[in-house]
Ligand binder design. Sequence first.
Ligand SMILES: [Zn+2]
Ligand SMILES: [Zn+2]
Length: 284
Amino acid sequence: MLGLLGLLVLVGVVGAGLAGITITVFLHRGITHGAIGVSRPLYEVGRWMTWLTVFMRHWEWRLVHRKHHLYTDVWIDEVRHDPHSPIVISDREGIDGFKRVSWHMAAIFHDEARLPDIKDGTYELNGDRPLDRLDRTVFNQPVVGAVVTGLVYAGLLAGLAPLVLGVHRSIGFELACVVAGALAVGVHIALVLRFGGAINSDCHKSPEGLPEVGYAMNVRALSVLIFGEGEHLTHHQHPQLAQISRRWDLGWRVIQVLSLFRLAEVRCRRSEVLRPAARVGAAS
Ligand SMILES: [Zn+2]
Ligand SMILES: [Zn+2]
């Protein structure tokens, strides 16, 4: 059983890694900010991957994140506000906003997506691809995506575990694999929430707020764990950059490979905007 436990954790970690790549390359730098041009094949893979690994609606992710950039760490009223500012949440709700954002991004996105400005296209841009039947039927059901992924994990574990662990197949073992598949999805979701939450909590802790970028700060060491998103202040100042962090930007490496195959087009290089030695904001 210990071997199966190790395998399910491994499967959850790999799944969370795929989710991280999907978020930073497709959702964030691609369809939200347009820092890279997303080809049709990449768009198709990206929205399937969002459904199967991020468990969110890709259009809601895009709109809520644009709203975060428009109202960074600001609250005007119930509609016009930063959807997930730890500073605003702490001030308004009297709770630890950093903890809330670190672990509850899915719930925050869910509530925000029901507001009229997300529903009515306030944050839509001309280049956004319109939703189609696949979006309305399949990708509109993020919970189904999580269930499908759980079944895929159970199938993977049932297929691989006997080979890797040298155990005999039995009804009991197959049932254990189904449970392990569900637990692997739990590991996957917990990692995505925590590391996704890290960008919006640990990278919004600057001691001093600045106009338009709020309390965003660069936590370069975090880039290793969050696929290059650690230079969050740099990102708020220059959301058009395809490369966010100077070092440890795995998302940028993936984009370079995709552009080799003409699946993505780099629209704005970091070197065009920032000098190589530029130090923007405080590093940790
Ligand atoms: Zn931010
Ligand atoms: Zn952004």
